[in-house]
Design a binder for this molecule. Structure first.
Ligand SMILES: Cc1cc2nc3c(=O)[nH]c(=O)nc-3n(C[C@H](O)[C@H](O)[C@H](O)COP(=O)(O)OP(=O)(O)OC[C@H]3O[C@@H](n4cnc5c(N)ncnc54)[C@H](O)[C@@H]3O)c2cc1C
Length: 366
């Protein structure tokens, strides 16, 4: 262990939420340390080559992969902001010490505030043979294609019709991979219809009320058996059929990465609408541990636009809580709260709004 280093605010995770949080802390004049265990900033954005949907103020129309550069440029010019890549936040202790490790050494930091913007992990699905090579999460398929330029296979069965399943299916088509069909257990498509329409125009069937039963193959995926499901999501006898594929891609949701929040003793609640366990927080994104703020998917799985907004709210609020509130910060907070409400106001926002109400402390303030 090296000597304990004191700093105003540590932001863990440099996805859209962490980048926005660090920028807000930096602008407020706080000594800020931004860490991420990846080698570069961006989080999920580094593999998102498509133009973003969402709100214009949060870079809608810009390719996801270009957004981190915009933040990084401004952060690099701030003398009060330090960034560490390849660095994992490995533990948080009762006395407020955060342990960081870079693969070779442990560092101890004693921040006045910590903003946890650790994102989310992909969920899997239980079915026969789901451990065969060729069964991938959608994030892994995106990383193979968009970061490393590697084709995951030739014929894909996509499981899940949320935005991620639809977007990754379209990216597979663009890469010349055949998408046999998308299966979706719910009776209707989960993602935006604009993405579904692109797939349908390209001739990809989207089979709602269908599920995967098993992966076929001995050493790797050689096919998949699917079937129709009834209103209780049980397979309907006699509807089973084989899909010819060498990749089964699972896009069945994400769950918040909250290990450090548990370690910090934050009060947690289980909210299925937000993807799993999330910390109880107030409107400023402060958790029940007054030193800890949460931002982005770690506080509930949404999308990059809301991650940037909750990140900035957490950044401004964490800095304000240690006496750093620059002129105009309150007006900016009001604007961000309005933007967030607008993003969550559509029909797809209903579930999120319900989830947020379950995860927010009564009355909105501790
Ligand atoms: C295929 C796909 C398409 C999408 N398309 C869109 C879209 O068009 N529009 C939109 O708004 N959203 C989209 N999203 C959603 C969006 O990417 C996420 O909601 C957003 O990235 C969440 O941001 P975040 O900062 O909370 O987390 P992430 O982007 O996941 O970043 C979290 C970061 O934390 C780091 N980290 C985690 N734990 C630790 C630790 N202990 N120590 C150090 N670092 C750590 C990770 O390395 C990562 O860099 C898409 C997502 C996917 C998968």
């Amino acid at each position: 262990m090296t000597q304990l280093r004191e700093v105003d605010i540590v932001v863990v995770g440099a996805g859209p939420a962490g980048l926005a949080a660090a920028l807000a802390c930096g602008r407020a004049g706080a000594e800020t340390l931004l860490v991420d265990f990846m080698d570069a900033p961006g989080g999920q954005l580094i593999k998102q080559t498509h133009k973003f949907f969402g709100s214009e103020r949060q870079y809608a129309g810009t390719r996801g992969v270009q957004i981190p550069e915009i933040f990084f440029k401004e952060l690099s010019e701030m003398p009060n902001v330090k960034m560490m890549w390849g660095t994992n936040a490995a533990g948080y202790y009762e006395d407020g010490t955060l342990a960081l490790e870079d693969g070779q050494r442990f560092f101890k930091v004693k921040p006045k505030r910590v903003i946890l913007a650790t994102g989310a992990a992909e969920k899997s699905l239980a079915f026969e043979n789901n451990d065969l090579p060729g069964v991938y999460g959608a994030g892994a398929v995106q990383t193979l294609m968009n970061v490393h330029g590697v084709e995951p296979g030739k014929r894909v069965l996509m499981v899940g019709s949320g935005n991620i399943g639809l977007i990754v299916s379209y990216q597979l088509l663009q890469a010349g991979v055949h998408v046999q069909c998308v299966v979706e257990a719910a009776p209707k498509i989960g993602g935006y219809l604009v993405h579904a329409a692109k797939l349908r125009r390209a001739g990809v069937p989207i089979l709602t009320s269908h599920t995967i039963l098993r992966a076929a193959g001995k050493d790797c995926v050689e096919g998949a058996d699917i079937a129709k499901v009834d209103a209780n999501w049980q397979p309907v006898p006699g509807t089973e059929r084989r899909i010819d594929c060498d990749v089964i891609c699972l896009a069945v949701g994400l769950t918040p990465l909250v290990d450090v929040l548990w370690q910090a003793g934050c009060e947690m609640v289980y909210v299925p609408a937000l993807g799993g366990h999330v910390p109880l927080r107030d409107h400023s994104m402060r958790t029940s541990n007054p030193r800890i703020y949460v931002a982005g998917d770690a506080g509930g799985v949404e999308e990059a636009s809301s991650a940037m907004i909750t990140g900035e709210i957490a950044g401004i609020s964490a800095a304000a809580s240690i006496g750093m509130m620059p002129a105009g910060a309150q007006e900016r907070l009001n604007q961000l709260i309005a933007d967030l409400a607008a993003i969550r106001s559509g029909p797809t926002g209903e579930k999120i709004c319900y989830g947020i109400s379950c995860a927010t402390v009564r009355g909105g303030a501790w």
